[in-house]
Every structure is written in C-alpha cells, then in structure tokens.
Design a binder for this molecule. Structure first.
Ligand code: FE
Ligand code: FE
Ligand code: ZN
Length: 291
C-alpha cells in the first residue's frame, strides 16, 4: 500500500489534531511534523485529550498512526562536543523530544546525525554514538538517522558513515534510517539507478533499517553536496526516477514524506500527492499551487 504524506505544521493550540487535518486536506494517509519550531526550544505542553481525539479521527480515516513521523529539531548537533554545555544541551533536548514522542504515542523520530564542525568525522561519529546511547536508554521510540547531502561537515553523507553510527548503538531495536532522495542525489547516489543504490544500502547497512523515505527533488546536480529541495519532477532527479522510488516493491508500506518547497507561500502537497497517485507529471503544478 502506498503510504504518502508531507511535512505538516504542529501548533500549540490544535496540536496533533491540526497536523492531521492539514494532512487530510492534502489527500495524505500519513504525515511528519516538528513538535515545535525546529530552530528554537520553546515547546508547549502536549494535551492528551487532543491526541485522543486525533487518534479517533485517524481510525475513522484508515490512517495508520504507527507510520506517522516526528522530525527532531535541527538545532540539535550530537556530533559537536567542542563546548560541554552545547553538547549536553543537545543530548538533553533530544531526550525531551523522545519523551514528547512517547507521550504522543509516536514511534519514529527522524534525526540529522550532526556536523563535526572541524573535529573530524571519527570524533563526530563517536560523539553521536555516545549521545544516542544515553538518549536511547529505556524508550519505545526509534531514532531514524537521515542520510545527508554532505553539506559542510555533515555526518551521514554516505552509507558507510551511517553504518558506523549504527554499529556503535547498543540498542539496535531503537535505531533505523530515513533515506532522503534529494540528499542521496546531492551526496553522489544516482537515483536514476535506484536499484543499485538500494543494493548498496542493503550490503552496507541492511535494507530493513529503512523506516522512512523523504521524497524530494533536488535543485542541484549529482554529488553537489548542496541540499536544496525542489518540487517533485521539477529538479535534477526527475519525476520518473522519484516515482520509481515511491512505488519500489522493496519499500512498500514504508511512509514516503514530501519536504518540497512551498510555491509563493502556498503548500504544494495536495497537488504533488495527486500527481504521484496519478503517476503522471503535471508541468503546470506550480501554477495550480498559487491559484
Ligand atoms: Fe531532515
Ligand atoms: Fe529530509
Ligand atoms: Zn534536505
């Protein structure tokens, strides 16, 4: 079954109910959200009554809540321990984020592994492992390491780095991977040969670790290490190659999440999801989004 959705907002007032309604308005059957603004630490209290109400509506709409994703805030950097207080803050804040996921009943938390900011890949990776082993003690939440474009000093720029992190995790049941098609392209993995990419992933990490796919086109060519997302079919990856990923039999039942850019302050997701369901590229998509 195709499980497709997009990034949606989560506000302090409507919380999960607001996120769900936004997803439904896009024709999605899953979604991903940040539990607060990704660039700050202000988090409102989660209201269990709202969560309950949202869960009932999901049931009525055949939405499998066990496929819904939370994205960790990107101010967290587990790779950098240059300053103790910043490193400790990242660990503490991610631990709190895991607790919020538990309260919401969310199973999957996508995380950018981190940037080593000059410390070197090896030190960065050992910092990440150390932090994750603290965070993943006694939790029902699984952290999904996102494959990165390799911008700056980002770690997770190739499968070998992701594998190295996983190898250091004590509780393997609580670790997984989120592949991002824009990041793969920018990191040097050719999506037009996705079967080869998937085979390589399987050999190095193991395909069962993939629990989420971020579906984005890219504004930049293969191996550019830029990380600028483009709307589906409007970038260098292209519609057919993305469709191949979305409908790949080995990735069936794994949630596909769009993180494509808004078009002049309007979310494109309803149109992109329709295009994906129709399996037909619409070159007029951007005009439709702003109408
Ligand atoms: Fe991400
Ligand atoms: Fe992503
Ligand atoms: Zn990205």
């Amino acid at each position: 079954m195709l499980i497709i959705g997009s990034h949606v907002s989560f506000n302090s007032k409507d919380q999960l109910l607001g996120s769900l309604c936004e997803a439904l308005s896009y024709g999605a059957n899953t979604f991903m959200f940040y539990t607060g603004a990704p660039q700050n630490t202000i988090r409102s209290k989660i209201d269990d009554n709202i969560t309950k109400e949202a869960l009932q509506i999901m049931k009525d709409n055949n939405i499998d809540y066990s496929k819904v994703i939370v994205h960790a805030p990107y101010i967290i950097n587990l790779a950098n321990n240059k300053e103790d207080d910043k490193y400790d803050f990242s660990i503490r804040f991610l631990k709190e984020e895991v607790k919020r996921c538990e309260q919401l009943g969310i199973k999957w938390l996508v995380l950018h592994p981190g940037s080593h900011v000059g410390l070197g890949v090896e030190v960065g990776i050992s910092n990440i492992i150390n932090a994750l082993n603290i965070i993943l003690k006694d939790t029902s939440v699984t952290i999904l390491l996102e494959t990165m474009a390799g911008k700056g000093t980002e770690i997770g720029r190739n499968f070998a780095e992701v594998k190295q992190i996983i190898d250091g995790i004590e509780n393997k049941n609580n670790i997984g991977v989120c592949i991002d098609t824009c990041h793969l392209n920018d990191g040097g993995y050719d999506i037009s040969k996705f079967d080869d990419v998937l085979n390589e992933f399987d050999k190095i990490i193991g395909i069962d670790y993939i629990k989420c796919v971020h579906v984005n086109d890219s504004k930049n060519p293969l191996s550019s290490h830029k990380d600028r997302h483009e709307n589906i079919g409007f970038g260098t990856v292209g519609f057919d190659n993305l469709l191949h990923v979305i409908y790949h039999p080995k990735l069936e039942n794994i949630p596909k999440i769009l993180e494509t850019p808004w078009v002049e302050q309007n979310p494109p997701y309803r149109f992109e999801i329709q295009m994906i369901k129709d399996k037909k590229f619409d070159p007029e998509l951007k005009n439709k989004v702003i109408c």
